[in-house]
Design a protein around this ligand. Structure first.
Ligand code: PLP
Length: 388
């Protein structure tokens, strides 16, 4: 039997690759897991009881774009967070942001652009679904290096003209995974202008927007763009420490949203009613978000102290992007596991080779999700192991 060729060259996902890298190596000490970005702070204690109380809602098919009460709560959150007035016709609930990040390519990438196959521009390294959505839509993913030299964001002046002219979607992640970089307002404005000039849309993955070090990251909705040119994607996974709830939303211009909703009517999975009700309450509550952020900020201070002179804590999100001595992240990850039982992720496992370079080859990504004591222990081991 034949299989689609467009997925043939996908590398193994980062975590199976990590298991293969460490296969047969015993941890040198009791393990400290810092590889997966799974939040571990508490979520509000009313979430479980409320889900149980609303369980009768599982007996009903939920509305495809999300129930009005959830969309109202999201619109109110957007108004508070970004000062932007957005009608509920511009919103759609998502089963977590990953679903939306895939669906945007399916719904919005045309068959041809400027007389050829369209491109989808993707930061490199990146959250992998961006490129898979592009392939599924028969577009050509073009990887834009995000290194220290480019401020860990795509260099908007270095994109080949042909890739820009054929561009259908430009994925930006801010705060970024893995580097923790925040795109400043000036950058977002320049990107919006570029989208206008070359007739493409910007999809901004803002799922880490509520976890920040010094100041709330600006959002693409504040960049003054034509609403049809931007799609922003948000999630409760990191904001509310509920990655298993599978709840997020997309916001876009009315026509763009009409297209996204129409595809969902046929092929999407709406958010179950009880989860939507809990989500509406979560978007309306900032106290738990502030408490979680304060813990992350304390951990950032801890990381800055332990890694002084080596790495700085992220501007946003919860990953420490650690440059390793010798520049070989895979060797460093093997050594951290074998000598100290610390599990990190080689940065290049989140990147693709492009133009002979694989960005991230010299960095290990460490998730700052463990409790404070475990984190202090883990980071101390990393420092001693790689810089002794
Ligand atoms: C950059 C980025 N985008 C999206 C997601 C997906 O989050 P979810 O689907 O849980 O909202 C993640 C999860 O780790 C992520 O790191």
């Amino acid at each position: 039997m034949d299989y689609p060729e467009r997925f043939e060259n996908l590398p193994a996902y980062a975590f199976p690759r990590l298991r293969a890298l460490l296969d047969g190596i015993e941890p040198g000490r009791d393990p400290v897991a810092m590889s997966i970005g799974e939040p571990r702070h508490a979520s509000p204690d009313w979430v479980g009881p409320m889900l149980a109380e609303k369980a009768a809602g599982f007996a009903k098919y939920p509305p495809n774009p999300g129930p009005p009460a959830l969309l109202d709560a999201v619109a109110a959150w957007i108004a508070r967070r970004y000062g932007a007035e957005v009608g509920t016709d511009r919103l759609m609930a998502l089963n977590g942001s990953r679903e939306g990040l895939f669906a945007v390519s399916m719904a919005l990438v045309p068959e041809r652009k400027a007389g050829a196959a369209p491109t989808v521009l993707v930061p490199n390294p990146f959250y992998q679904v961006y490129a898979v959505g592009a392939l599924a839509a028969a577009a050509e993913p073009v990887f834009l290096p995000c290194t220290e030299g480019t401020g860990n964001l795509p260099d908007l002046d270095a994109i080949p003209r042909d890739a820009l002219d054929r561009c259908a979607l430009f994925f930006l992640c801010s705060p970024s995974n893995p580097q923790g970089a925040v795109a400043p307002m000036g950058y977002l404005r320049r990107l919006a202008a570029l989208a206008e000039r070359h007739d493409f849309r910007v999809v901004c993955d803002e799922c880490y927007s509520e976890i920040w070090r010094d100041a709330p990251p600006p959002g693409i909705l504040q960049a003054g763009a034509d609403p049809e040119r931007v799609v922003a994607i948000h999630s409760l996974s990191k904001r509310s420490n509920l990655p298993g709830l599978r709840s997020g939303f997309a916001v876009a211009g009315p026509e763009t949203m009409r297209r996204l909703r129409r595809l969902r009517d046929y092929a999407g999975a709406p958010l179950p009613g009880p989860i939507a009700e809990v989500s509406a309450r979560l978007w309306g509550d900032e106290a738990h978000v502030e408490a979680s952020r304060a813990r992350y900020q304390a951990k950032f201070a801890l990381a800055d102290r332990i890694m002084e002179g080596i790495a700085r804590s992220p501007e946003g999100g919860f990953f420490l992007w650690l440059p390793v001595p010798g520049g070989d992240a895979e060797a460093a990850v093997r050594r951290l596991w074998a000598e100290e039982g610390v599990l990190g992720l080689p940065g290049n496992f989140l990147a693709r080779e492009a133009g002979g370079e694989t960005p991230g080859r010299g960095h290990v990504r460490l998730a700052l999700v463990a409790g404070e004591d475990e984190l202090e222990d883990g980071l101390g081991r990393v420092r001693r192991c790689l810089w002794k």
